[in-house]
Design a protein around this ligand. Structure first.
Ligand SMILES: O=C(O)CCC(=O)C(=O)O
Ligand SMILES: [Fe+2]
Length: 318
């Protein structure tokens, strides 16, 4: 894990950059602002840009920037993403996240997720307490690769913490840190698995038809330092050896991993090719003081999405 604490002077620079971004009268729909964020990101503090460039080129598994400035008049935590979308709560934080995110990758979204919003709100929603989505609270969110089913899944999931009054942990396990027995490693590197869209995807997304789910590998890429895709809730094994390897990996990831308690102003970049993440359970309050994160998905090059979807759009089509 790499960590950077922003200084007071750097925080002031970011506040001014957010002000300038607002004054420039960009279209505040974050999807439209994503490109403007890429153009403005070179004005972020030099030390921050160098830190993120190092994290990117060194393929840091977990990268934390602390002290991202939050609005002193931050709105109450909305009761779910729809409420946040309606009120525009946390706009300054969305911009700060987009700007920092754009220094690490290209922001993109999903037509099928939070109605195509590019910056997501992660806060507990009434009725969703036990769901398998980030709107849950009372149920553990098990370790997962974000959008495990899709070839255009993020290289990084960036989470900016606005509130976390009970110190709820974001669980994480890195493929670099887990010791998989050789036979498990071999089985996970065979195309013996199928991956499915998780419950946060509302509309059908390409690949939702069972026939469209090819057999895939859990471990892929460089043999000495493989990448990982994994989500026990939204994958199946196609044979007994694959099933045994999946169970073993699940157990080893859970026991080898740890947790990061995000504090207000903490921004974490989770390498979605190396790290699976989840969340500890908590009791929601629904009183405006609940835990609240903003999330953006990042690709290292958005052209991977254009090529796959055959549309020049930052949204994966539904
Ligand atoms: O709430 C968290 O800490 C993480 C939730 C999650 O899995 C996500 O936002 O992708
Ligand atoms: Fe997630």
């Amino acid at each position: 894990m790499r960590r950077l604490q922003l200084t007071d002077a750097e925080q002031t620079e970011i506040v001014e950059l957010v002000d300038r971004f607002l004054d420039a009268g960009h279209d505040w729909e974050p999807l439209n602002a994503a490109e403007a964020a890429t153009l403005a990101a070179p004005r972020l503090p030099l030390r921050l840009r160098e830190f993120l460039a190092g994290a990117r080129s060194g393929e840091s598994d977990i990268t934390v920037v602390s002290g991202v400035p939050l609005d002193p008049e931050l709105a109450a935590t909305p009761t779910g993403w729809e409420a946040a979308a309606k009120s525009g709560a946390g706009r300054r934080e969305e911009i700060a996240l987009l700007l920092c995110g754009a220094a690490m990758g290209d922001p993109f979204g999903w037509e099928s997720q939070q109605e195509g919003r590019i910056v997501h709100d992660i806060c507990p929603a009434p009725g969703m307490e036990s769901s398998l989505t980030s709107a849950s609270s009372e149920k553990t969110l098990s370790l997962h690769t974000e959008d495990v089913f899709h070839p255009c899944r993020a290289d990084y999931v960036a989470l900016l913490c606005l509130r976390n009054p009970d110190g709820v942990g974001t669980t994480m396990a890195s493929v670099d840190a887990v010791e998989l027995p050789p036979e498990v490693r071999v089985a996970l590197a065979e195309p013996g698995f199928r991956f499915f869209p998780d419950d946060s995807h509302s509309a059908p997304v390409p690949g939702e038809e069972p026939s469209e789910h090819p057999n895939e590998k859990v471990l892929f890429g460089p043999e000495q330092a493989p990448y990982l895709r994994f989500d026990v809730d939204f994958m199946t094994a196609t044979g007994p050896e694959a099933a045994a390897a999946m169970d073993a990996a699940d157990e080893l990831l859970r026991t080898s991993g740890g947790r990061v308690v995000l504090r207000p102003g903490d921004l974490v970049f989770i390498d979605n090719y190396k790290v699976v993440h989840g969340r500890d359970p908590f009791t929601p309050r629904y009183d405006g003081a609940d835990r609240w994160l903003k999330r953006v998905n990042l690709l290292r090059d958005v052209r991977r999405l254009y090529a796959e979807s055959r549309v020049r759009s930052r949204l994966v089509p539904a």
